[in-house]
Design a protein around this ligand. Sequence first.
Ligand SMILES: [Zn+2]
Length: 341
Amino acid sequence: VKAAFIRQHGGIEALEVGELPLPTPGPGEVRVKVLYSSLNHLDLWIRGGIPGIHVSFPHILGSDAAGIVDSLGPGTTGFTAGDEVIIHPGLNCGKCPRCLDNWESLCPQYKILGEQVCGTNAEYVCVPAQNLFLKPKKISFQEAAALPLVFTTAWQMLVRRAQIQSGEFVLIHGAGSGVSTAGIQIAKLFQAEIAVTSGSDEKLKRAESLGARHLINYKKQDFGKEVRKLKPGGPDIIFDHVGKDFWEKNIKCIAKGGRLVTCGATSGNQAVTDLNHVFFRQIQIQGSTMGSKLDFPLILSHVEAGSLRPVVDREFPLKDIALAHRRMSEQGQFGKILLSH
Ligand SMILES: [Zn+2]
């Protein structure tokens, strides 16, 4: 079957498109014919290699996908061939205290599809049945493939970790990224006042149409000073995945008792933290990764109702995955980059 994969870690040139054996669904698994998958920043990290994460080659990248149920493994129930489904990329044991408490991403066996195990950039993928959700008819396959990882991540960051409240002031960095386009909409759903940063005026305008009220171009303005003009005490919540480049300013501009929630560090992960600010002003620094499948039906119901909407940037055929990776690494996108299979 056709697949995009890597035989070694490296740059965009490490990506190959070719034929790999058809995977066989194991007990409790479902084989899905993938119609669309989508890119995440994680794909670039995995392609390059992450210290401590072992990958066996050839490795298929990709965490998100939507498609059609093709066949079931032994003893698998709950789905039938032909069902239209969305794949949730969080793999967990389902039995440990963390899983039973619905904090699956803290499970000792937690994995992400496409990270430690082969992912969705292929014609067929096998996943545990508990990772499949029926695709609501109102949601297109393209939207369905765009939403799982970023909406799951942004939901956990804002709702579970920062516990966003109506009327709070939220600063969201990197307005054009998939996770930020999700975060803006979730913050709006909770009736927060939203400021966004981006280095592109065009992306800021588009973020405004998603619900951001205040637009800050960090290349032209000092976002720390700007946000303090907009909200004198500082933002209640900062939603970050930029890391190093913004970190010191995040710590200085956030409100007393504010929650700084981070799910990534695209500009670098070795950042300086002035601890005087952390303790005197009682700042909470919250790490977050992925989220719970428990929240996913609720996210889907909001998408169905139109209050959340996956933002699709552009679509590439799977054979052109290198162009898709290039677009993401150059940060040209607004929202999610899709691959059609
Ligand atoms: Zn577990």
